[in-house]
Write a protein that binds this ligand. Structure first.
Ligand code: FES
Length: 78
């Protein structure tokens, strides 16, 4: 697997709590946009990130963003 699977064609708006999060990079997770461990055995690893404070955000599901885990509008070109 050299390309991530597109899990969606639009971002998901989420309310993120302060603390650690893991964004699905492979596209196989059933709990998009977050990692559920489905990457195991493949070439992708989740993007782990930590927030000092909670916030709302649009997280990428198409897996083509250049600003992971956040949507950068790349899905519009799919
Ligand atoms: S959903 Fe991937 S760039 Fe917007």
């Amino acid at each position: 697997m050299s390309e991530p699977k597109a899990a969606g064609t639009a971002p998901i708006k989420v309310t993120l709590e302060a603390g650690r999060h893991a964004w699905c990079a492979c596209g196989e997770s059933k709990t998009q946009p977050f990692c559920d461990g489905s990457h195991r055995g493949g070439t992708f690893v989740p993007l782990k990130f930590t927030l000092e404070a909670g916030k709302e955000a649009f997280l990428c599901t198409c897996k083509q963003t250049k600003n992971a885990p956040y949507c950068d509008g790349s899905h519009k070109a799919l």
